[in-house]
Design a protein around this ligand. Sequence first.
Ligand code: DLL
Length: 427
Amino acid sequence: MWNPEVETLPRDRLQALQLERLRQTVQRQLEHVPPMGDRLRAAGVRDSRDITSLDDLKRLPFSHKTDLREHYPFGLFAVPRDQVVRIHASSGTRGKPTVVGYTRSDLGVWSEVMARALALAGVTPGMVVHNAYGYGLFTGGLGFHMGAELLGCMVVPISGGLSQRQVLILEDLGGQVLCSTPSYALNIAQTLEEQGIGLERLKLQVGLFGAEPWTEQLRDALEGSLGLKALNVYGLSEIVGPGVAGECIEVRNGAHIAEDHFLPEVIDPSTGEVLPPGQVGELVFTTLTKEALPMLRYRTGDISQIDITPCMCGRTSVRMARVRGRFDDMLIIRGVNLYPSEVERVLLGIPDVAPHYQLIVERPGAMDELTVLCEPSGSVATDGLTARIQHTLREATGLSMRIDLQSPGSVPRSEGKAVRVIDNRPH
Ligand code: DLL
C-alpha cells in the first residue's frame, strides 16, 4: 500500500474527515466561485456550517459538464490565475472541450492518488513503467507519469501511437508495467505479433488500463496476449484525471475509490434520487481537497454501482463496479437499449473472433440498422463464422445486426480512446 494509514482508516474516522473536507469545498465555492456560490445560496446553503452531516450532501445542487462549458474556460476556478500551475482538458466529442486547472497542492493530491493506484496494482518502486497514455491536454499521460515518479518507478514517457517504435522501446527498455487504454494495448499486442516478438522477450508483469469502458472478456484477451495481469483504473478530468479509483491486485473486483479526496454517490439519473449501495445508477463525485476546481455533486454520466462490503486487501474504501458505459453512449436501436460494451462482451466470447470491433448505426429507411465491423482472429474466417456471430449477438441482445466480417487488420485501430460507435443517423 502506498499510504496504509489513510487507505485503512476506520470508516467512522474516514467519514469525519470527509465531512470536514466537504465543508471546506462548500466554503470554497461560496466564497470564490460566484456561479456555484449563487446556486448554493439559492438551495439555502449560506455557510459551510449549514452542513452538519454527510447526509446534508443530498441537499446540495448537482453540477454538470454544461456548467464547465457555460463558464469556459476558467469561470469555475476558485483560485486566482497565478495559483493555477497546470491546465488539462477533456477531449469532448461535441463542442468545446472542458478545461480543468490544478494548483500545486492539487498536483500533489493527484500524484498521491495515482501512486496509490499503481501500488494497488502491485507496482513497486524501481519497476519500469512504459506509459503509453497520450501526453498533452489529456490527463492520462501526465497523471500516470506523476504517480509513477512519486512511487519511485523508472518512467518511460512514450505516449500513444507509433506502435512499431513502441514495441521496440518496450522490449529494449524492459517495460514491466504497461499503462495505456485497453484498446491501444490490443494494438500493441498485435504489433508484437506482427514483429515476431514473443512474450519471453518482454518483461511485462502488470497493465493499468482505463479511460474507456472495457469488459472482463477483454481483460482475459489482454492477459493472454501480453502476458500480464490487467487492472482497471478509473477517473475523469473534471474530478482530477485518472486515480479517482483503482483495482487491487489481490481481489480485482471493483475499483477502490480514493474516498479521502473524492466522495462518491450513485443516483437515479432521471429523478436525481440517491440510490442505496449495490444499485446501478449514475456516478456522482464531490471533490474534497481540490483547490483550483472544486466540484460539488458532479454528474459523471457513467453507469456503475458501489460495493460497501469490506475488501480482502484490507483497504477500507468502498469499491465501484466496472463502468459499463455512459448514458450518452447507450444506443437505442429499434426500441432496444444497447451499450457498445455489451457487444464487446458477447463478441469476445465467440471463438475465432478477434477483439477489434466497431459499430455503425444507420437509418437507410424508416428503421435503424446496426452493423458490427469485426475480424476473425486467424488469417482467414472459419466456416460459418459470420452466421455464428450474428446468431450469438441476437440471442444475447435481442437485436438483429448486420455482421461485416472484415479481413484481419481492417477494423480501425485506436491510439487512445477507441471510437466504438459511428452514428450516421440523421439528427
Ligand atoms: O479518461 C482519465 C483517465 C485516464 C482514466 C487514464 C483512466 C486512465 P477523461 O478524458 O475526462 O478522463 O474521460 C473521463 O472516461 O467519465 C468515463 O466515461 C471514461 N472512463 C475513464 N476511466 C474508465 C474506466 C480520463 N476505467 C471518462 N472504465 C469517464 C470505463 C472509463 N470508463
